[in-house]
Design a protein around this ligand. Sequence first.
Ligand SMILES: [Mg+2]
Length: 383
Amino acid sequence: MERIILHIDMDAFFASVEQRDHEEYRGKPVIVGGLGPRGVVSTASYEARKFGVHSAQAMAIARRRCPNAVFLPPDHARYSAVSRQIFSILARFSPVIEPLSIDEGFLDLTGMERLMESPRDYGKAVKRAVREETGLTASVGIAPNKFLAKLASDMEKPDGLVVIRPEDAEKVLAPLPVSRIFGVGKKTEARLAALGFKTIGQLAAADRAKLARTLGDRMAAQLLALAHGLDDRPVEPRREAQSIGREETFDEDIHSREDAERVLLSLSEEVGWRLRREGLVARTVTLKLRFAPFDTYTRQQTFPDPVSYDEDIFEAARALFREFPIPPGRGIRLLGVSTGNLSMGGEVSLFDDHEKKDRLYDAIDKLKGRFGENILTRAGRKP
Ligand SMILES: [Mg+2]
């Protein structure tokens, strides 16, 4: 079924809240962020952006470029209160909302066609409600999937409204640089450029087998789908105690630790991929272990710094597994790896993880070396 996904992103959110609440800041460059010597810009108002100031920039550079700006430390409590108000407004427009960050989220409008004249009118209504009730402007993108909706909301910022129809997706994407693809960071962009792919249109025309030889099967498939404007990720409302995990029940009980670790590796890879795909990081990794027939145990590790890479998840799961005493003669019926205590990881690059991947492949190769080539079925474990 054709979906209708709306992405909404507040314009220069922190700076706009400051300008709304302080008349004297309006029309002036406002820069919100860390004001100390190592501070970083969180948000710059559009007046400040004209001077080349942008978020994630060192505050020292921002001060040089725009010395007369109003510099403010972030007031997170106030921004959070405004954010809650915005999401409560959005909740009137769709029951299926996925917050992406404090000022950004997806709404699934599929099946609500009867409530709207057109997707564009619905987008207008959302923007109007937010503006009238909060005094703030938002940019909205509407498209058949998340990737295109997020791309669309960015196309006419600020106060934008862009609808990408399914039949126009490839045309819209073709001239854009590959870096606009969800998950493509600097390293992947450079690798694709080395293969001759600079625009999304060029990538869409690439030969899949050739791409897979350099990038691997999964990455090639994922990139090609996105280059064709295809993205089947659902809009997923977030709950407090959310976790992402995978478990597998075995037809025949596992009796060797090596076999079990091979499964943990595969599960960890799946879980890491899903985390990064959703832009999430995790602070806990949980191992689930069931002995035949039903005795089930879980063991958990908490990290000071959040993780999202396969290798880190695998190492944690394996360490928990190695510490677990297995009674002699008991077969393992089920293994599971899950991650919890999730939060938004900011800009996560799905395809740039090569150094980590290399080390993961090293681990896999060692297992292969010990147990033979065909024991590893990395690609064959889709849920
Ligand atoms: Mg924003």
